[in-house]
Design a protein around this ligand. Structure first.
Ligand code: BYC
Ligand code: FE
Ligand code: FE
Length: 435
């Protein structure tokens, strides 16, 4: 039951052959998808045989097949985790009711908006990364890049399936528009900020997969809790592919740091850039940029949207089962807000603070990766510690109004979390966002 039907034009485990209307919609969309891939997906390399992982089953052991394939021939398909017939809504006002197999009419617009927002990021990331194949540091990296690209393409398929299958005509229109918006296009941009930023070099790519794909992980975890069962099952399967994307980022930045530290030891007191390595201050700036931009992807600290999504049972908390209580009607969260130029702690009703709850989980997960990088500098006896700050360089939420550069830097120094290698203190300028 969990295996995927590869005999069809569109591999799937949703019994596509018995749903002619959906099959027609997807088969109409498929050539447009390929046209999109060929025009704004990876430039070049489409005729090369590339060793790629392809999802072939939703069984936790042995879900993937590895083999050589040309990217345009990749078997993008539609795979959902198997259905649990007795699943109930796990949070919000509908707690305990049977999970929905169809879109609840009263939540249709919210749900469509959540799915479209999620969907839009997937092709955006492919567009952002399209030139990187030409400057890959190694074949290993190149293969990882293309692996990430084809899987983000599949994530788009996953969301388009939901739109076309459950949202009728407007779902089909949304699916078409997903192929029309373009990352960074001033007239027709992608929806969320980070996905319109250029990602022109490999250190950006590694930071992107470390921080932005990790936002993907947490947003998918929250949507995997959804009371709308097809969305939950789709997101659960997407999460299987996500781990590798973050691995690429974490180890990629780790390798850059490793190289810099070796060069610093070999040539003490010299600028590592002279020897072709990235100065750690520069690595810190790249991290600042992608960390802050990805932190913005959780929306405002206090959000009635997030309260509505939670109340309706559409978007939960990551790992909802770890919480004792699932209605979140009583509790509050203490948030450090930035109001009228001042930082002030405020108790916010829990439902209105759901963006901040998810952001907190995300930042704690990021910290593990940052600690891993700092163990590399420590191992080499280099004093520099990477320490991005959650309030720095924000464009969304309270801190967008703040310029916390100076304060964050000062307080990080005071608490000893950030040390510069001697003689390499950076100039105090904000990282640029127009790289
Ligand atoms: N940029 O009430 P607020 C992934 C908008 S990544 C631009 O604070 P809400 C992937 C917001 O839309 C995962 N606009 O926010 C990674 C709203 O606009 P409207 C993607 C922003 O709604 C790597 C207004 O500001 N998945 O999968 O509570 C590679 C006020 O918003 C931004 C999802 O995001 C921003 N950063 O939360 C490939 C999950 N932030 O309505 C793939 C689905 C906010 O006033 N999305 N705005 O016009 C959501 O859950 C929510 O929509 C958000 C925003 C968390 C994004
Ligand atoms: Fe994705
Ligand atoms: Fe990803």
């Amino acid at each position: 039951m969990a295996s995927i039907d590869y005999s069809q034009k569109i591999p799937n485990n949703v019994d596509l052959s018995s749903d002619k209307r959906l099959q027609r919609a997807l088969e109409e969309w498929q050539p447009n998808y390929l046209e999109w891939w060929n025009s704004v997906g990876p430039t070049d390399f489409n005729a090369n045989e590339i060793y790629l992982r392809t999802a072939v089953s939703v069984d936790s052991d042995g879900w993937a097949h590895f083999g050589y394939v040309k990217m345009p021939d990749y078997r993008w398909g539609i795979f959902l985790e198997p259905r649990n017939e007795s699943r109930t809504v796990g949070f919000g006002d509908h707690l305990g009711e049977p999970a929905w197999q169809q879109v609840p009419g009263e939540y249709r617009n919210w749900l469509r908006r959540l799915i479209v927002t999620q969907a839009d990021t997937e092709p955006a990331s492919v567009e952002q990364q399209r030139l990187l194949g030409h400057t890959a540091p190694s074949l290993y990296d190149m293969r990882n890049l293309f692996q990430v690209n084809v899987e983000e393409g599949r994530h788009l398929w996953a969301m388009v399936y939901l739109l076309q299958s459950y949202f009728g005509r407007d779902g089909r229109e949304e699916a078409d528009e997903l192929l029309q918006r373009r990352s960074g296009n001033p007239d027709h941009p992608r929806i969320l900020g980070t996905f319109n930023q250029p990602c022109p070099d490999w250190l950006s790519f590694f930071c992107f997969t470390m921080f932005t794909d990790r936002d993907g992980k947490f947003q998918l975890l929250a949507l995997a809790e959804s009371g709308f069962d097809p969305l939950a099952r789709t997101c659960r399967f997407m999460l299987t592919e996500e781990a590798h994307h973050m691995f690429v980022g974490q180890t990629g930045v780790g390798r850059v740091i490793e190289r810099t530290c070796s060069v610093m030891k070999e040539h003490p007191g010299k600028d590592p850039a002279q020897f072709g390595a990235f100065p750690l201050e520069l690595v810190q700036r790249y991290i600042n940029f992608w960390y802050s931009s990805s932190t913005d992807l959780y929306g405002s600290e206090v959000s009635s949207n997030s309260a509505n999504f939670f109340a309706a049972g559409l978007k939960g908390r990551a790992f909802e089962e770890r919480y004792d209580e699932h209605k979140a009607l009583e509790g509050s969260l203490k948030i450090e807000r930035f109001i009228e130029g001042k930082l002030a702690a405020e108790e916010v009703a829990l439902r209105n603070a759901m963006n901040e709850v998810l952001r907190g989980e995300y930042l704690a997960d990021c910290q593990k990766g940052i600690d891993y990088w700092n163990r590399i500098t420590e191992k080499h006896g280099v004093e520099f510690r990477l320490a991005p700050h959650r309030r720095f360089h924000r464009k969304i939420g309270d801190y967008a109004a703040a310029s916390s550069t100076t304060r964050a830097t000062r307080s990080a120094r005071r608490s000893g979390t950030r040390r510069w290698a001697s003689g390499s203190r950076p100039r105090r300028t904000a990282p640029s966002c127009s790289r």
